[in-house]
Every structure is written in structure tokens, then in C-alpha cells.
Design a protein around this ligand. Sequence first.
Ligand code: SAM
Ligand code: SF4
Length: 520
Amino acid sequence: MIKNTEKLSDARTIFLETFGCQMNELDSELVQDQLAALGYKFHPDRATADVVLFNTCSVREQAENKVLSRIGELGVEKNEGREVVLGMLGCLPEREGKRLLGKYPQIDFICGPSELDHLPTMLHNAVAGERLSASDRSALQGNRSRRSAALSPAGDNLELLDLARAFNPDHRRTTEKSAYVRITRGCNKFCTYCVVPNTRGAEVHRPPDAIVEECKQLVTTGAVEITLLGQTVNHYRYTHGVALNEEGKEVPQVGPNITVFSKPVNENEHVTTFANLLKRIHDEVPEVQRLRFVTSYPKDFGNDILEVMRDSPRICNYLHVPAQSGSDRILKLMNRGYTVEEYLDFIERARTIIPDVEIAGDIIVGFPTETEEDYEATCELIRKVRFKNNFVFHYSPRPGTVAIDRFEDDVPREDKRRWLNSILALGGEISGDVHKQYEGKTVDVFVERLSPKTTKNASVELKWESGKVQLSGRTQGDLICVFDADSEESAKQLIGTVVQVEVTKSAPLLLQGAICCTCE
Ligand code: SAM
Ligand code: SF4
């Protein structure tokens, strides 16, 4: 088996397609940095690349089906004589395991999300045409669970991937103004419907110094907005002095038992909580104009975090805090660990401490045994919280989860569809009201891109006409806001800056306004 990764990578082109969540987007970015440093070139056309990599998602069946249809197409092309290396990364191979290689012989290798540090060797062997066993073509976390090792070093080489991005600014695409930074990996929650704890493993918390250093490096390469990533970010908690490498340097550690969040921090322990981490990044990296985080978990979200958000002007007044359901019975079956009342208490606390906070969430409809009454309870919750938006999903039974073994997927497809559509309609009405409240106000907008109208993306219809170049960005509360620039040149200069916009019109999911001045 070849281990030297230098020579064969010369002039090899890679097409990389990413499915799923922000964690996957970040993994793909880090993979891209790692492989570019080895001489591979990234290529936009799947049909002519030497290597095709799919970074897959397994959270819902639909996401899996999409990638499997791509795999089918590549199989046909390979049978017709195309020479291409095909690698599958991410949660789908982690969930399915080595049997994928038997079922789809066109796949050359598979690599789970916790094993991406093995990718260069696997890719190198495939490019070299090595004939290897299925085991040597698979890098999967499998059963190597680290869940029991309380607060010990997590022992994962994955940290090197994140650090390599931070310390190699040359590899970063300098035009990017927004960046993701991982604070935790994996999840210890075990919601009954969810594959993430199986595919991404036990929760691992990165040392705060490494996170702050990564933010500092990112701003030197042009980042203005940073989004911290974790499955339940408010559970971030790093206990100092217990997870050290041979040189005495702090390394990632396994996440603490969830019960610690119901107790005050022990004064004899040196701990960095999520509130401490936010404050450190805000104060120590002032070049970050926008600091955001996803995803928040509705329980164990202390006032300390809300107060740091309130007192730190560059931390966004935005919470993505999925409720999943408005029925206590369903929440219990989902093992979410909170009641509707507790969720509403949290929202009230958040709005009391940060009056202009905007709330978004996720809802699953059609969970096993869900009735019309449960669905009505979810509508009631949506009316009470007045979310700026919700991502609404049909329940999708996932192999390896508790729910698929314990409950029959018994809600008729028709009911799932009807509930999903009416929740979307209700959410749209509320979102319209939320956006309308901004009419006549001036908001700070972080300018992200030329708007879909300018770039002629017909999938988003902006109902207003204008002959000028239109820009699109986000407010502190994560509302999308579009406005005109004088010319394409001035528009391009505004991308990545924060500007003030007076809001003149609104629609569900959209504000439109006129630029007042640049804030920088
Ligand atoms: N950690 C986040 C949390 O707890 O809210 C969410 C992570 S999950 C990858 C993203 C969303 O996918 C979830 O909030 C949930 O709404 C949805 N989801 C996860 N598993 C699902 C399933 N089996 N069927 C339908 N939706 C699902
Ligand atoms: Fe999945 Fe629940 Fe963990 Fe979110 S908190 S990743 S939904 S198990």
C-alpha cells in the first residue's frame, strides 16, 4: 500500500460535491485545503475530473437518495470505460459501512467524517491503482467509541485538519469573507430520530486557545464573519488541565456528562464555558464584525450566554434553536429532554435579555404516532414563538436510530404532506409579520453577495423590479436584506462589509431597502 502522498497527485483534478449541513461544508473546505496542499487541483466539472468525491449526508433519506443516484451515474460511466476515481466521504459511508463497496463496485474508497485525516492516503492509493481489500479502502470510526472516557484527551487526529486550515492561510480562498469554525464535534444527545451521534460519534470539545487562534488566523486571510459550529453549541465546556499532549499542550477532550449543565460551575475547576468562549472571541478578535453560532439546544442555555450576547455588539442577535415539535408527548418520544413549557420559558428569557433577538428553528412533522392534536400543538407553539423562519422536515426513518427500531413509521404520507404544507404556510404568515416590523427602520447588513436577481438565479423570485445591481446580505438577526448598488464595481466593493440599510419594503423571508452609508 502506498503511503507517500506526493508524487501521484501531480496534475490530478478533483470534483468535490457537498451535501447536507454546515458541518459538511466545513469538512469539505478543510478537505479541499488538505488536498490542494498535496498538489491536487479542484475542478468544477464532474464529467472531466480525474477524481470525483461526494461528501454525503445521512440525516434524511432524500439526501442519501440524491447521492446514490450520482453514484449510479458514475457506475454507468465507468462501465463505459471512463477512468475516474470515485470516493465517498461523510455520514452515509459511516452509517452503511463496508457493504457499500460490495453494493456499488464503482466506489474506490469510503471515508467517514471522523476519519478525514486518512483521506490523502486513501486517495493516493486509489489514484495509484492499488488493488486493496475492502478494509484497506475504508476509513470508518465504526465501534471505536470514545463515549466512556470522561474528560480525557479525545485522541483524534482530526484536530490537525482544523489547525492546518488556520495555520496555512495560503491555502484559503482569500475572497471569502465568511468562515465556519468548529467548536465541538459529534453529539451526545441521542434524539431518537437522529443518525448524527452514530455517524459523527461522541462529542469532542476543542481547546479554546485553538479556536481563538483559528479565528485570528481567519481574519488575517479576509474573514469578517465567523459562524461557530456544533450540534449543541451551548453544551461547549472545556475543562483545563485534564487533556494534554506529551508537550503539555491542551488537546480536544471528550464532552462532559450532560448532567453538569444543571449545576453551577465548580469554582475549583478551571473551565471555559460557551459564554466564556463567545466573550473571548468577541474581545480578542475585534476584526470579526459578525460572530454567529449554530445550533443551539433549548435546554442548558444559561443566562450567562444571553448576557454575553447582549453586551457584545458584534455577536449576532440570532438563535437557531430547533423545537422539533410543540407536543410534549412527541418531544418525549423524540428524547429531546425538554417540555413545551421549558422551551417557551427559554424563548421568554432570551427575549427579555435580548429584546431584538430573532429566533429560527427546525420542525419534524409526522413523527411516529403523531396525531392531529400533536400537529395542532406544534402550530400553537409556532404562533407563540413567532419564529423568523423554521426548516420543516417530514420524519424520515433512519437505520441505526432508536426510533426506527422502536416505532412504526405509521403516519400516512398524506397527513405528513398536509401538515408540512400548512406549517410552512403558517410560518410564512408569521415570517411576513416579523419582517414587516422592520419597515421604516435602519438595519446593519453584512453584505454577502450579488442578489439572485442580479445573478439571474430564477429559483428565487424577488418581487421588485429595478434596473440597478442588487446586493443581498443579512441583518444581525439573520434576516435577508436586498438593496441596490450604483454599479457592479461599487457592488463588488461592498461585499464583505457591513452597511446601513433603511428598510422600505418587506415580504416573508425578505427585506428590501436603500443603503444609507457604509459602517466601516
Ligand atoms: N443538532 C441540531 C439540533 O439538535 O437541533 C440539529 C442537527 S440535525 C443534523 C438537523 C435537523 O435535521 C434537525 O434539527 C431535525 O429537524 C432534522 N432531522 C434530523 N433527523 C431527522 C429525521 N430522521 N427525519 C427528519 N428530520 C430529521
Ligand atoms: Fe441529532 Fe439531537 Fe444531536 Fe441534534 S441534538 S445532532 S438532533 S441527536
